[in-house]
Design a protein around this ligand. Structure first.
Ligand SMILES: Cc1ncc(COP(=O)(O)O)c(C=O)c1O
Length: 357
């Protein structure tokens, strides 16, 4: 295994299982993190004022319309804590981000899991039809994890128009940066003025800061006030705040990284087509794939990749048995993955210059 990885200039396992960025934070961001160490004897700014202000400017909203959290996960958890009680329900898609049903479990509420449409995207009509007087929260994951399918802003807006104006909707845009559709920012624009809508984003993916934990939400002051009411006073640590703030000063560099992930995603997808690997077209930094031979168990493929040092996510852990979810890594990591995949499924690698495992 070590020789195989060394052939790609890699000296460790290739981790393509958690939709992380293969790149470290930008150098300017690492510098402010280092500077911030000296201040760690003090509590962070509990209101994350500087970061909230910068995010408010970025989204043309008032700072009272910005929630900051210990990862966007925390904001999603806060939404459940603020809105759900025993006897109420939360509606989300299935399969989707595994955390959503936990919100119901934590609050004694019931989770209503609406199956995805056949294309792997949210069935927004079925989700609207599932709304009843017990529903307190609807979550839309866009693009959806683990399928990567994106629903256009018009479709989300149509959904919002189908449901009661006072029903809280959270649109989880953790993979926003990897969407290449021209309408990708429009739901966050709707969140400036629609009182029931909150859009969450994260610094964990394109910004490469998942280890620090920082994410945010944009919505009405009412939505943000409800989230603030259930959060602990110092929920976002100082290093996360300064790193996120500095990252916002370098939008072109961040988008360049996201663009590289998009280009690599399409390269991997093209390789899948040549290899006869079925997959779902993704707008995230990951692709959900199946073994090319329907007779091959995805778990066998998963194990074969592991034996070659490539860690991908077994789809059965994501509610998608028979599939694997592979995160898009750096080009060399993707090469190593494709070569290992070709070796496991018994076809030849696509890059003539790549070493054979
Ligand atoms: C759909 C979705 N939402 C939210 C998150 C969590 O992001 P964060 O690191 O900001 O908590 C993830 C992480 O993988 C995710 O896939």
């Amino acid at each position: 295994m070590a020789e195989v990885l060394a052939g790609y200039g890699l000296d460790a396992v290739v981790k393509l299982a958690s939709n992380e960025s293969p790149f470290p934070p930008l150098p300017e961001v690492s510098a402010v993190i280092a500077d911030g160490l000296d201040g760690l004897n003090r509590y962070p700014d509990g209101a994350a004022r500087a970061l909230r202000g910068a995010l408010a400017d970025r989204h043309s909203v008032d700072p009272s319309q910005v929630a900051v959290g210990n990862g966007s996960c925390e904001i999603i958890v806060h939404a459940g804590a603020a809105l759900l009680d025993p006897g109420t329900t939360i509606i989300h898609a299935d399969p989707s981000f595994a955390m959503y049903p936990h919100l119901a479990a934590a609050s004694g509420a019931r989770s209503v899991a609406v199956p995805l449409a056949p294309d792997g995207g949210h069935d927004l009509d079925a989700m609207a039809a599932a709304v009843d007087e017990r529903t307190r929260l609807v979550i839309i994951c866009n693009p959806n994890n683990p399928t990567g399918v994106y629903r256009a802003a018009d479709e989300v807006e149509r959904f919002l128009n189908l449901i009661p104006d006072d029903l809280a909707v959270l649109v989880d845009e953790a993979y926003y940066d990897f969407v290449s559709e021209p309408d990708r920012g429009r739901v966050a624009v709707l969140a400036r003025t629609r009182p029931n809508l909150l859009v969450t984003r994260t610094f964990s993916k394109a910004y490469g800061l998942c280890g620090l934990r920082v994410g945010y939400g944009i919505g009405s002051a009412g939505w943000v006030g409800a989230l603030d009411a259930v959060r602990q006073p110092f929920n976002t640590n100082h290093l996360a705040q300064v790193a996120a703030l500095e990252s916002l000063r370098h939008p072109a560099a961040i988008q360049a990284r996201a663009d590289e992930a998009i280009a690599e995603r399409e390269r991997v997808a093209d390789a899948f087509i040549l290899m006869g690997v079925p997959f779902t077209r993704s707008h995230g930094n990951f692709i959900l794939m199946e073994p090319p031979d329907p007779g091959m168990d995805a778990r066998v493929l998963h194990e074969g990749l592991l034996q070659r040092g490539i860690i991908v996510r077994d789809g059965s852990a994501l509610g998608c048995p028979g599939t694997l979810r592979v995160t898009i890594g750096a080009p060399l990591e993707n090469d190593a993955f494709l070569a290992a995949l070709a070796a496991v499924v018994g076809t030849t690698t696509l890059r003539g210059d790549a070493p054979q495992p």
